[in-house]
Design a protein around this ligand. Structure first.
Ligand SMILES: [Zn+2]
Length: 265
């Protein structure tokens, strides 16, 4: 649509990232868990909020919505896009798999991907022209979200959908969990050379106070154990650490890996 879109990274709470996409005048915000830093960023960059996009119902993703809506005194009211299958009363435009969100201002199209697992209604947004993915708490840099509502098979199938996106897709996930995730990944796959290189790169970013997000689908495929559950090296890691007795089906192995991470200190 246009190539003049800019992304603002808005840190919030302990380790959340909220995302603002703008064209210098109009902005759309993804998962505004807190209104204060969003309102500050909008004022600082003199932006008009045109739409709100939500991925799932957790408070750290939707908590700022009422205040953002109340801050808008103009008509029409700000549309709120979000998952049809998560219970979020503020949503004005409920979305399903395959829906396209057209936002003439700031000028972006996003296609909706249903990614149940972390919550049952969780959706992700993919901008096919920009190759940008907003995936909430489903895929993280080096890891994935906890399975709170869905089944391991659902979560695995959701991640498989995201893996099918182009390798150069930038992944705007919602938390800075990367170093902890990669420490776990290294325990699973100690001989993964690309992982070792990545850890050095990401550690340097953190040492400089920079975010490690966005990440890229191609890099995640090489280094994220949750996207590599069918790799012999990941299965070997599960066996070596006695998380499975024998190689089982993909969903069982995935569940074992997720449980291992949940208890990994
Ligand atoms: Zn969440």
């Amino acid at each position: 649509m246009n190539n003049s879109l800019t992304m603002l990274t808005v840190p919030a709470f302990q380790d959340n990232y909220l995302w603002i996409i703008h064209n210098g005048k109009h902005a759309v915000v993804v998962d505004p868990g807190d209104a204060t830093p969003i309102l500050h960023a909008l004022a600082q960059h003199k932006l008009i909020l045109s739409a709100i996009l939500l991925t799932h119902h957790h408070a750290d993703h939707i908590g700022g919505v009422p205040e953002l809506l109340a801050s808008n005194t103009e008509l029409p009211p700000i549309p709120v896009y979000g998952p049809a299958n998560d219970n979020i009363p503020a949503i004005t435009h409920p979305l399903h798999e395959g829906n396209i969100v057209h936002l003439p201002e700031p000028g972006i199209n996003l296609s909706v991907i249903e990614v149940p697992g972390h919550t049952l209604g969780h959706i992700a947004y993919f901008a096919p022209e920009e190759h940008w993915l907003f995936c909430g708490d489903t895929l993280f840099a080096g890891g994935c979200g906890r399975i709170f509502e869905g089944t391991p098979a659902q979560m695995l199938s959701s991640l498989d959908k995201l893996v099918g996106l182009p390798d150069d897709t930038l992944v705007f996930c919602a938390h800075e969990y990367t170093m902890g995730n990669l420490r776990f990944a290294e325990t699973v796959e100690p001989d993964n050379q690309q992982l070792a290189q990545r850890i050095a790169v990401e550690r340097a970013k953190r040492d400089r106070g920079q975010p490690t997000v966005p990440t890229q689908i191609g890099l995640e495929k090489q280094t994220n154990p949750f996207l590599r559950i069918r790799e012999p090296s990941v299965i070997a890691g599960l066996l070596k650490h006695q998380k499975i007795d024998a190689s089982a089906d993909d969903a069982t192995n995935f569940y074992a890996l997720r449980e291992w991470k949940n208890n990994f200190a």
